[in-house]
Every structure is written in C-alpha cells, then in structure tokens.
Design a protein around this ligand. Structure first.
Ligand SMILES: [Zn+2]
Length: 221
C-alpha cells in the first residue's frame, strides 16, 4: 500500500449505520424487474389517483398498454405489477386465493397482478414513514420503508400464500404494492423456474436479533 493510499484509507470515515436483522424467517417480500414503461404516462390525469393531490388511491390497470418484459414479474414505473403467462400458470396450478389477475389486451401473455389479502407487518417497530397526509382523500404523499418484521398480533395460517402489505409504498401516483409470499411459496417459485424474482426476508418479532453495522455508503433515513 502506498503512503497516499494509506492516507486515503485512514481518512475514510463511516458515513452511515445500517440495521441488520436475523432470526426466524416467517415470509418473504417478493420483487421483480421493471417493464421499462408506465401504466399511465400523464401523472396528473389518472383514473387511479385523487384529482386534487394526485396521490394513488386504487390500482386501475390500463389494459391497453403494451408490455415487454423478460422477467416473470415486473413493475411499471408507476407502481403496477405485471406477470407472465408462466407466473399466471404457477398461481392457477398452486390454487392461490384472492389474486386479482387481468389479461392485458394488447400484450399477449401478460397480466395485471394484485394480491388482495393483507399480511400484517409491524409499521411502528420498523419506523415506516408516512409523509404529509392529505385532507382531500386521507392519502399520504409518501409511504417509505416497508417493514421487515411481522406484526405481533398477526397469525400466519400457512407457509404457502401470496399476499400484500396494507399500504401502497412509494411517492405520489408512483406508489405500488409490496408483495409478500410464504417461505414455502418462495421455494416453489424457484423450483417452477420463475425468472427475475428477488426475495427479502420478513422476520418474526420473537427471537429477533438486531445489529448495527457502520458503512461507507450514504444511508438515507
Ligand atoms: Zn387527495
């Protein structure tokens, strides 16, 4: 190591602290790729948003959009999940309940996708941010940081399910669902060969270990 490198190394200070969890994994948060497109181009004139504050209130898919995605699950930039024929077949064969699946008329083999059952998460413990509540419709401008801990009073009935979090996450009309699947479902999805899926652990609050780690990266809070 040259003197200069040594000096740079010495000067480098941790810029943030990240929180790491470990413990019993009770479910998985599921993410996919992106469709590289929007459901609605105009963020101000949308059937899914409040006409006054323009925050998203419900998911109202535009069935005429054209989607191209190589991933079996992908999201539009404005928060809509789209699944492939293969993902659709996985849901059908697995008998998963309460899923809203609607074929996109101009995109053969792609479907709008929304689980309707809500998985209970601990919003308080994970310090989810609910920013700027609006009087017009009661929505928040932003809902940031989905919890990674199950709510204490929420009872998991099975390890095989496809559900969602209670709120849409993100900003304004770009918000979208957080999809949550059972630990068994995650294994089945991988075994079925579904592509482009990312899983993140959701932990039980019992026996949870929390450690803080210093990092060089800037941590946004
Ligand atoms: Zn509003």
């Amino acid at each position: 190591m040259s003197i200069l490198n040594w000096f740079i190394k010495k000067k480098k200070q941790p810029r943030g602290v990240i929180t790491c969890y470990s413990g019993k994994v009770v479910a998985k948060m599921l993410d996919g790729g992106n469709t590289d497109s929007y459901m609605y181009i105009d963020q101000k004139v949308r059937p899914d948003s409040c006409p006054i504050c323009h925050n998203k209130l419900n998911l109202v898919p535009n069935l005429l959009i054209k989607v191209h995605s190589k991933d079996d699950l992908s999201s539009t930039y404005d928060g809509y999940d789209v699944i492939s024929e293969k993902f659709y077949n996985f849901c059908k064969e697995g008998g998963y309940k309460n899923l809203r699946i609607i074929p996109l008329e101009k995109s053969k083999g792609f479907y709008f996708f929304e689980p309707m059952d809500v998985f209970g998460l601990d919003y308080e413990f994970c310090r989810t941010k609910f920013i700027d509540k609006r009087d017009c419709c009661g929505s928040y401008d932003e809902v940031i940081r989905p919890p990674v801990i199950k709510a204490k009073n929420y009872k998991i009935e099975s390890n095989d399910f496809i559900m969602k979090a209670e709120y849409y996450f993100g900003s304004y009309s770009y918000k979208g669902n957080v999809i949550i699947v059972g630990t068994e479902t995650a294994k089945k999805m991988k075994a079925y060969g579904l592509k482009g899926l990312y899983f993140k652990n959701i932990y039980d609050s019992n026996g949870l270990k929390i450690t803080k780690k210093e990092t060089d990266a800037i941590v946004l809070d």
